[in-house]
Design a binder for this molecule. Sequence first.
Ligand code: HSE
Length: 300
Amino acid sequence: MRKPSVTVRVPATTSNLGPGIDTLGVALKLHNHISIRESDGLNVERVDDQKGSPSANAISREAVDAFFRRSKVKPHGLQIEVKGDVPAIGGLGSSVTVRLGIAYALNELNGRPLSDTALLEVVTELEHHPDNAAPALFGGFVVSGVIDGTIRYRRFNVPPSLKFVVCVPDFPVSTEKARPLLPKQVSLGDAVENMKRVALITSVFATGDYSLLRGLFDDKLHQPYRKKLIPMLDDVIAAGAEAGALGGWLSGSGPGIVCITEQKEKAVAEAMVNVFVRQQIHCQPHILVADNDGTRVKRA
Ligand code: HSE
């Protein structure tokens, strides 16, 4: 039986974590809220100060179509509202919050015809990679990938003692622009540098001695190329590390930059922001912890 309306809360995510391009991600306690109500036609509204962002309209329609196609539920008209705190362009998985929020809420509204795995597949098909979608759905730190056509993932809770200091500068970098900068081929040496770090980062999140993360976030496969769009990247990460962070990375395809720390998170944020300020760039810092819940229905 259909419920009249559903609101879901979807966390922001930071993906790649340096070397883990398209593979690693963490859900963060910064959320968007997606509400869906049956109605005539399809109306999408962004009801916060991010009105006019590209997140709301086009990608909402794609997510609605993808849900109806996969679930074989008879398409019906919808009123969709998107609001929340996830910057529309920052590398914090804003598009996933909208796509997953819509698919998840539609699934609830229609009596859950799709499993969580099927929802992840629907959103991954739209996003091309599960590295944001998997942590947004399941919460925590997630290593994921499509292996022989099937999405495989493992998730681990992340304690609140670990802080994610996120700085989002006020210039846009879209995944569409940042992706073509990546090389078609890389050297074996560079690939091995990343592989060993990804394996070690994953083992640290699985076992919990986070001090061992220091030195593991260097990347050879995407950040060096994307720096053309975010030239201050290395300086921001170095400033955060100097102030006490374990390391840092470009969040997804940017322009957000994340440092991870077990201490002095305010000093880390200040040091990161100062690098932007010296270049006359405004930057909004957030000190966040991981969201271990993932996407949840909001009870009225
Ligand atoms: N991992 C993607 C990229 C971003 O680095 O282009 C999110 O899927």
